[in-house]
Design a protein. Sequence first.
Lengths: 178, 198
Amino acid sequence: MESTSTGQAAQDDLYRDAVDKFGSSLERLASAYEADAEKRRDLSQDIHFQLWRSFQRYDARCSLRTWTYRVAHHVAASHVIRERRIFSTLVSMEELETLPDKDHGRFSAEQRMNLGRLSMLIQRLKPLDRQVIICWLEDMDAAAIGEITGLSPGNVAMRIHRIKNVLKRRFREGGSHA
Amino acid sequence: MHDDFSEKEPKNIWQNQPTEPSAMTLETIREKVRKLHTQTRRQLLGTLVGPLVVAFFLVFGLKQFPSLRHLLQPLFALALVWSLAGLYFLSRGRRSPRAPEDMGFSTGLEFCRREIERQRDYLRRVVLWGFGPVILAIGTFVLALALAAGRGIFPKAMPFMTLVVVWIVAYFVIRMRQQRGLQREIEELNKIETENNW
């Protein structure tokens, strides 16, 4: 009984620590996976709940950051996979590079530069590519991204290169139409 | 800035976005644990739809066509047993292959593939264990209708039969398309893994 409560206390402490350190990143992550505000709140709650549960088994084999991001991405990816009706419209990073910008012209130059544009771009990606771009935007290096996603450093580097190309093109398009 | 693209810009936009602080506390999480048990019970009730539809046709069919009892009983019994077995297989498919506590041990690639495979397998199970017995029960009922009323029933029942057939075909086409989509996703992830190992 005592060990259970000690375990629970450790679980609570780990959860608090993770939320203190990565709380706002988790909120940004939820916004990258769900555009609808109400559903986003539910997703965010689910991420917190599953994160708390996951700390029952945390054994420091990986860093707290890697663990937290893995769990959060997994919960969010499950959410995307469950929403099968939109699944067919998701694209990979390769496809995104060749796709014309459908939203082009609907936004002012200023808006094109803003967060909404970036979020829309991320929300069109398949879960794995989404994980890479979110981690990159959170300023993680290729090794840390590889640890979370399971992609090799070469694969991560290639995807980051593509992300940069896509962003560069979209941002430049935004500027030239200002 | 646009000709001289700086990767810091999207990162700044991203990291400085306004976020709503999470309202989750340890107390609300514990409350959610309690709610989860109720939700699981509700989901289990949802899987009872198949057996209930079969039972409805069984009772209604046997009541309407008592003279065909010897033929209808085994067919309806088969549909009922099939749908009850489906309860087990469908609830098993609903569960995640790994406990949520283990989520942190797997990488994004492993997890995504497993989730998509699970979704694909679940769709297959729904067709086999949820839809199959309902089709058998409807088929048995239509057979009873035809046997009891003779050939005259078909012109009258044609609109209903057409609707049933269209519904069945549409259901299969949609499910098969979903399964193919998921299979493509799995193959893409397998390809990424192969590239990873080069």
